[in-house]
Design a protein around this ligand. Sequence first.
Ligand code: ADP
Length: 285
Amino acid sequence: MSIKIENLTHVYMPKSPFEKLALDNVSLEIEDGDFVALIGHTGSGKSTIIQHMNGLLKPSKGKIIVDGIDITAKGVKLTDIRKKVGLVFQYAEYQLFEETIEKDIAFGPKNLGLSDGEISERVKRSMEMVGLEYEVYKNKSPFELSGGQKRRVAIAGVIAMEPKTLILDEPTAGLDPKGRDDILKQIQRLHKEYGMTIILVSHSMEDVAKIALKVMVMNHGKVVLKGTPKEVFKEVKTLEKIGLGVPQVTYLIQALRAKGFKVSDNAYTIEQARDEILKSLVENK
Ligand code: ADP
């Protein structure tokens, strides 16, 4: 299953004084099993593009092909797309509303008209997938939980629809460092252990360097860079020009190299930087 976007243009409020070109002839492909980070400044078009991927927004021009089906064609049911592509909004926990966690997660599957047994199975499975023990949490109110746990319940609610692809819009926003690390680990697990295709919207270079396999950088409604984190973070000038920069440790490595320290610049996370620095100390002894 892949998501192909072909020449997608989106204009908000066309032919009005507030007309805004949010996406400008964007083409990209997300392949089955990918872990893609979409990065860019506020207003660069990230939310607009992801809302096209599950049919919430319709293109002004262009096509979106999900699993071989043009989802912009007439007669395509949104529920069919949502079963394939799940979208976790920013601060998704604000949308929790049921009195128990179990009921909240069951809400989506219920709307699919599944049997009670299947709904219950899905709730259990999706809670396990986000690291919430079913027996401990099922009867608790979502409002008794910490911020990070609430967010996991919201993610479980989307996973319970059993999408093959999961899109998460800034899933670490507003969490403390521990909550952030926990959520990133869970997302990584969804990719590694459950084989989900992940699209992560983020503006944290550190998060992206840690977990994404591919990076797409957006600016003013266009995708301006695409590649592995290594390929993208090499483009320091372009990234700085659009005000994004690279992970902090990358600057550290560059500063060391500028001072004549013979260390490889193949380091975008703290762990990689540590390894490269230790390696260079041994090699240059
Ligand atoms: P990002 O997610 O990268 O912050 P968005 O996709 O939300 O970017 O926004 C892209 C552009 O479209 C911005 O200029 C934003 O102001 C505009 N925009 C977003 N949503 C709407 C809307 N509902 N109506 C009008 N303009 C919008």
